[in-house]
Design a protein around this ligand. Structure first.
Ligand code: PDD
Length: 288
């Protein structure tokens, strides 16, 4: 299997791709990233992912070395060069580049841009029926979770804690016990027949799958509230997570609390999401 990656202007085999030890991504986690799903050759919400990527880069003062359109083309080319992949996630990583180790970066800097492609295993019906278990942990991340930073240490530790507890995901909770999001997912609940999720602010990443699910729900007449919520709220009937890799999975247990899973609204949403994906894969054009 020939895995091909893109690094600073060239496509090359994964084994040959090297980033310098003084890259600020390695030294300081000084960078941002993006993850886009490509399903049978069609990128899901490419434009929204690229927008978020440029927003993240701008927020930390890095200028991507290519235009948005060019980046979309690179992602497309990378998918085609990894011919063994039917469904893929394309990871885009951008760092402030190589420089002698100092907190203050040199001006100008030469950012490092890398794209990799991985197999995307879309959860099948069995995985959906099974759902996932989640634990809650106190939020210990920084105050700009809206930026898709490569500094993911808290998320890694959170996931490890989840694994130790026999769960698949850990949900960050604030000082008031409100659920913010997961280590690599957004969290939605059904409370009194309303789809509820934390509003977009600096404590959550504006998930593209979250956005899509809210759009689909709205389109089909499901009430939506973007507000703070906690897992022991009266009237809470269902819970689910959304992300590019998981798409939409029901949560059958939060800490010790069992939930009906998959609940009726979660099932509806999955059905609409699958319909949407099927309609996309019939399309020919995949560029933004
Ligand atoms: N993670 N919140 C966090 C902290 C995330 O890391 C992710 C995605 C999401 C969901 O965002 P989206 O729907 O745009 O994928 C929410 C990706 C998949 C990752 O890190 O691999």
């Amino acid at each position: 299997m020939n895995e091909v990656v893109y690094l600073n202007g060239i496509f090359l085999p994964l084994e040959d791709a090297r980033v310098h030890i003084e890259d600020r991504g390695f030294q300081f986690a000084d960078g941002v990233y993006e993850v886009i799903a490509c399903i049978g050759g069609t990128f899901l919400d490419m434009e929204l992912h690229l927008e978020r990527f440029y927003r993240s880069a701008t927020a930390i003062g890095i200028s991507p070395p290519v235009t948005k359109r060019k980046l979309g083309e690179l992602a497309h080319q990378l998918y085609l060069r990894n011919a063994h992949l039917e469904n893929a996630t394309i990871y885009i990583q951008l760092t402030r580049g190589r420089a002698p180790r100092s907190h203050i970066p040199p001006v100008p800097n030469r950012p490092t841009l890398a794209l990799t492609a991985r197999k995307l295993e879309l959860p099948d019906d069995t995985a959906f029926t099974q759902g996932i278990r989640a634990i809650t942990i106190r939020d210990m991340r920084w105050q700009r979770c809206d930026i898709k930073s490569i500094a993911l240490l808290p998320n890694v530790l959170g996931r490890m804690e989840a694994r130790r507890s026999g769960a698949e995901e850990a949900f960050w909770v604030d000082n008031n016990g409100h659920i913010l999001e997961g280590c690599s997912s957004n969290v939605l609940a059904v409370i009194d027949q309303t789809l509820v999720t934390h509003p977009l602010d600096n404590h959550v990443l504006g998930g593209i799958t979250r956005h899509l699910c809210l759009q689909l729900a709205k389109h089909h007449g499901i009430a939506i509230q973007e507000r703070a919520w906690h897992p022991y709220e009266a009237g809470m009937e269902e819970c689910m997570v959304t992300s590019t890799s998981w798409m939409l999975l029901p949560v059958h247990c939060i800490n010790e609390r069992q939930l009906p899973s998959p609940g009726p609204i979660t099932q509806q949403l999955r059905h609409w999401l699958m319909q949407h994906l099927a309609s996309l894969s019939k399309k020919k054009t995949i560029l933004p």
